[in-house]
Design a protein around this ligand. Structure first.
Ligand SMILES: [Mn+2]
Length: 423
């Protein structure tokens, strides 16, 4: 959750503290109460460090007390950031139903009994220190199947054996006998199911930097005697980071870039199914080969200022503009050399002329037999039966050659341009 941290990349005119995770924590608490959940779990890095402890404590306490007044308990594990702070937080909020699992790096469990009747067993493991190279899943004795469903809480970096953040992989989780996992450490939400195992990285309540794109917010899990039956994200975050790609191939005026950008942003704001979104911070990537290549380069330093705006009540801010455009290809100029690109350009000129007689017979024959072979391959028999794939004709062959030719030429020239530092 990183209470006390502020998101980065927010336009200078806006106070980034307005978008701190604390605000979303309060909304999460309200939501949990409205939805009458039986338990709230936090999977580590609730706090960042000592300074965020002082800044975030008040907000955390307010939410905690509200949950407590409604009889909703809160189970937490520590992560690499708050390995030493969570125990302190638990001590300071003694009596409010906040419970740490796996303190000191020793697995522990708690049984949830909302109305005096046991319904769920929760297992958790907490960081004993900032860096842990050991695989914590291997420290847990396999959990025997009993009449209650089990939920595991772990703060872990997935799939990288040498990580100092308690790395585990799916097989390790499978061996524990616990089928449902809520994990911490990754800020981008991720839900995965494989076989009997479901694991969820709920992600940060509020995104904190431009890499944490997409919708953020708390999740509600539904479990019955059999196990997990539902997962739903509550899109409460007021801030959203997005990466917007703009193709410039067909542009002849640099002013078309803002227009294209706002078409895309409007579509994104409209698709948002709730009203909580207040600001979108975009990373724009300009791509393609374009005749306005030089104008874009010239305008770039001024461009982002003109793009900060408000769309249907949502502020739009620009984090950065990545210019990956390239100059257009002048076929006859490229064709005038002796290198592979020139030979290919000469062929493309012939292909583009549409005059079949100009294309070398041998090349067409070779291409056509390769295409025919692919067409009759067993893998595509279903498509053939459906009639959805035509047997390659001579015109189709020419078109395939043309398309592939451009693709290869594009690659050859990009390598040359990179080599000459023209990017
Ligand atoms: Mn972490």
């Amino acid at each position: 959750m990183h209470l006390g941290r502020h998101p980065t990349g927010i336009p200078e005119t806006i106070d980034s503290r307005e978008y701190s995770p604390a605000e979303i924590w309060q909304e999460t608490v309200e939501k949990a109460i409205r939805e009458k959940v039986d338990l709230v779990v936090l999977t580590g890095d609730v706090l960042d460090d000592r300074s965020s402890y002082y800044e975030g404590f008040g907000d955390f306490e307010t939410g905690m007390k509200k949950l407590s007044s409604k009889g909703i308990p809160l189970y937490a594990i520590s992560g690499n950031h708050d390995f030493d702070l969570l125990p302190e937080l638990v001590d300071n909020l003694d009596g409010y139903g906040l419970r740490q699992l796996g303190t000191g790096g020793v697995w522990s469990s708690a049984t949830l009994e909302p109305d005096g009747k046991p319904v769920l067993r929760v297992f958790g493991w907490s960081y004993p220190r900032r860096h842990v190279k050991k695989n914590p899943a291997q420290l847990l004795d396999p959990v025997p199947k009993d009449d209650l469903p089990a939920l595991g809480l772990l703060h872990t970096e997935p799939g990288s054996k040498n990580s100092p953040y308690a790395p585990v992989d799916l097989t390790d989780l499978e061996k524990t006998g616990i089928n449902t996992w809520v994990l911490g450490h990754l800020h981008r939400p991720e839900l995965r199911k494989k076989g009997n195992i479901t694991y969820l990285y709920p992600g940060s309540l509020q995104p904190l930097d431009s890499s944490e794109t997409g919708v953020h917010g708390p999740w509600i899990l539904t479990l019955n005697e059999e196990g997990l039956t539902g997962t739903e994200q509550m899109p409460l975050s007021s801030l959203r980071y997005e990466r917007v790609t703009i193709e410039t191939d067909d542009m002849d005026d640099v002013n078309q870039i803002p227009t294209r950008f706002y078409e895309k942003i409007e579509a994104l704001v409209e698709e948002e199914s709730f009203s909580g979104l207040e600001i979108v911070v975009a990373t724009i990537e300009l791509t393609g080969r374009t005749t306005i290549f030089s104008e874009i380069k010239e305008e770039l330093p001024r461009m982002s200022r003109g793009l900060n705006r408000n769309v249907q009540g949502t502020d739009i801010g620009i984090y950065t503009i990545l210019n990956n455009t390239r100059p257009p290809i002048n076929l006859s100029r490229v064709a005038s050399g002796q290198n592979p690109a020139a030979v290919l350009a000469q062929l493309l000129i012939k292909l583009e002329s549409g005059d079949e007689a100009e294309i070398p017979e041998e090349l067409v024959d070779k291409t056509q037999s390769a295409l025919t072979e692919a067409y009759f391959a067993n893998a595509y028999s279903a498509l053939r039966a459906e009639g959805s794939q035509d047997r390659p004709e001579r015109e189709v062959t020419a078109e395939v050659l043309r398309r592939q030719g451009w693709r290869i030429l594009e690659n050859l020239l990009s390598q040359q341009e990179d080599f000459h530092g023209q990017k």
